[in-house]
Design a protein around this ligand. Sequence first.
Ligand SMILES: O=C(O)C(=O)C[C@@H](O)[C@H](O)[C@H](O)COP(=O)(O)O
Length: 344
Amino acid sequence: MKTLHIHGGTGDSTLRVGESFSHLDQYVPVDRTVIITDPAVRALYGDRFPDCPIIEIGIGERNKTLKTVEFIYERLIKMAADRSTWIVGIGGGIVCDVAGFVASTYLRGVQFGFAPSTLLAQVDAGVGGKNGVNFAGYKNMVGTFNQPAFVICDMEMLKTLSRADLLCGFAEIVKHGAIADPALFRYVEDRRQDALALEPAVVERMVYDAVVVKANIVNQDEREGGVRRKLNFGHTFGHAVEKVTGVPHGEAVSIGMAVAGLLSVRRGYLGQTDLQRLTDLLEALELPTRLDVDPQQALDALKRDKKRSGDHIKFVLLKAVGEAVVEDIRISELEEVLHERSRD
Ligand SMILES: O=C(O)C(=O)C[C@@H](O)[C@H](O)[C@H](O)COP(=O)(O)O
């Protein structure tokens, strides 16, 4: 097991990569803990949960809502959960987002931790203390910055993931390499077959290196005033694709990274060779890089992004593999790129 720390404004987060989630009882007071999970994760791992009350939420992005949050508040009140209660989210990105948001707001905040069960949640949603829910058609519109006391990344849990879920996690690992760690990017290029076969040492190294990138960025800018925006690489357009097509988050982010790569080339920041490396790697990981959606519909969804201001939007571009920059771009510039791409 390897340990990392995030020092947040509201508290510190200890990230334990390679720890077993069966050791959860060492990190929480079991008699004062409530677990939030979903039925699929409970069916797979419920027999190894510590003996605590469990609140189940529905599976899928459509449950990442204030309605689900309200349902949990009601259950917590019925259980007489008080300020000494701990909340632990065991599940994927949606469970972590909802559990983190509830824990940060119930009684103005109680202690919480995560055991993310998907690769995507281990390297992204579970780490960094940014949790929220969708609202009125806007993605992650209502949320909090608040660090979980601990995050347990148990590699064993990845063995029950579907191929599609696994690939979505690799999209976020590629993102971390692309924005800040060329060695991680190269390692994924070299060892992608072993990673897809879930070779334990290879996956654990990729998770650890990706978490190092995220922790370093969050330690510099917890509340996303500057450098943290780079973690949004591929997400600005990706969220629009996700909304319009309903494709899984990681696939949408993969398309978003390819589009951001094209924009980076167009602006003269990124060389064609590096763009090719990015799209080759995503495709080798069986991730999509092309838009199978009406560009206009995606643009309309993009205009509803919370990072838009007037006719500009904050966009993360690449200067090289391993180096990102955040720029305001005109939506019309993005429109040109999308129309060009859909004509190819
Ligand atoms: O932790 C962050 O900061 C990120 O932006 C990570 C993203 O990969 C993540 O999906 C995030 O939830 C997107 O945030 P949003 O602010 O664009 O809703």
